[in-house]
Design a binder for this molecule. Structure first.
Ligand SMILES: NC(=O)c1ccc[n+]([C@@H]2O[C@H](COP(=O)([O-])OP(=O)(O)OC[C@H]3O[C@@H](n4cnc5c(N)ncnc54)[C@H](O)[C@@H]3O)[C@@H](O)[C@H]2O)c1
Length: 343
């Protein structure tokens, strides 16, 4: 089956921003997939992307695209306030969706989108939570599941970097619906906690926070049925990038950092038995050199194509990660209601 896709909303291809904007990618690595249309109110960006990706149709916005171009799949990578609306519109029109995070800007919006997804079990709506597909996440899950450090007693997830100015000058990151560090990074952090422990997120207790840095404790069920309070921290104010997951049990500790400075494809899992020496296992990407090989992106892009072709449920289908999106939104909403902290 040929898959036609479209990509509304993007940074200029070939620009340093596009190069670093990990969501910005066409489907060229997937045999049979063809990008046929782009939509963006910024006409210059739309034209450039159409030229770069060989897209035939250029539209001024997502509404025009969905109205006027027949596509099988649409990638919604607009600012967050448009995510749920375009995703619902696409599903209603019988079009599969690859949806950028956060996917919605309120719990109410998320619920409407989940209802639209449930009404179309024949379609897929995959959320681009790329870190969930990182091989070190699966490697760490296996270490814990094998009991190498005993039952996990503590899990800590820290995702921080230098802020969105590194790839996008757009104002929506700093104010408006879907803005702030929690909207940007909480879904990533919660999705890896869920994947490593194997069960859903059941509750979130919100700690201190600002638009730049925030902490929370997420109650996550493990594959074995226990519940664990996971410390989660997200930040935009760090001197460099770090996405660290650390598990501790009576038998030792296990950790990984999904962002290795200076390396794009490699991570490792380090296991330190109690009283013993650390040993490391590399966790590398399966297909170096593949056209969809960018570490942080390939998972969801591959998964959505596979889901369209085979009907199988992607690991980050919106129904599978509804708990992640919901608790990220609870976190953002609780922080919005909290009194401002100064100094
Ligand atoms: N999954 C990831 O790891 C990841 C990484 C970076 C960004 N993102 C997400 O991607 C989305 C976009 O982020 P960005 O950094 O590219 O933002 P951006 O502001 O740089 O780009 C958004 C683009 O959407 C366009 N747009 C606005 N209204 C539109 C409409 N009605 N129809 C079509 N296009 C429209 C804008 O003109 C702009 O070109 C955000 O939701 C962000 O959270 C995800």
């Amino acid at each position: 089956m040929a898959t036609r896709g479209a990509l509304p909303g993007f940074a200029p291809p070939g620009s340093p921003a596009a190069d670093r904007a990990v969501h910005f990618l066409d489907f060229g690595g997937a045999p049979g997939a063809r990008l046929v249309a782009v939509a963006d109110p910024d006409a210059a960006q739309a034209d450039r992307a159409a030229a770069d990706f060989g897209a035939r149709h250029v539209l001024p916005d997502g509404d025009a695209l969905l109205d006027r171009v027949p596509v099988d799949l649409v990638a919604v990578c607009t600012p967050p306030h448009l995510h749920a609306r375009y995703a619902r519109q696409a599903l209603g029109a019988g079009v599969h969706v690859l949806l950028e995070k956060p996917g919605a800007t309120s719990v109410a919006e998320l619920d409407e989108l989940l209802a639209a997804r449930a009404a179309r079990p024949d379609l897929t709506c995959v959320v681009n939570l790329p870190w969930r597909y990182h091989p070190a996440v699966e490697a760490l899950r296996q270490v814990l599941a094998a009991g190498e450090i005993g039952p996990v007693e503590r899990l800590r997830v820290v995702f921080e970097h230098t802020g969105p100015q590194a790839w996008s000058p757009a104002a929506w990151y700093r104010s408006g619906p879907g803005s702030g560090v929690v909207a940007d990074l909480a879904g990533h952090a919660l999705s890896v906690a869920r994947a490593v422990l194997g069960g859903p997120i059941e509750a979130i207790t919100v700690g201190p926070g600002s638009a730049e840095r925030a902490r929370a404790s997420a109650r996550v069920r493990t594959a074995g049925g226990a519940v664990l309070d996971v410390d989660v921290e997200v930040g935009w104010d760090a001197p460099t990038g770090r996405f660290e997951i650390t598990a501790t049990g009576a038998g030792g500790s296990a950790r990984t950092n999904l962002i290795v400075p200076g390396a794009t494809r490699s991570s490792e899992v380090e296991v330190t038995p109690a009283g013993g020496a650390p040993r490391t296992t590399p966790a590398t990407w399966e297909k170096p050199g593949d056209a969809l090989d960018r570490p942080a992106t390939d998972g969801a892009y591959r998964a959505v194509i596979r889901a369209v072709r085979t009907g199988e449920t992607a690991p980050t289908d919106i129904q599978a990660v509804a708990d992640v999106l919901r608790h990220a939104l609870h976190w953002a909403e609780a922080l919005d209601r909290a009194p401002a902290v100064r100094g």
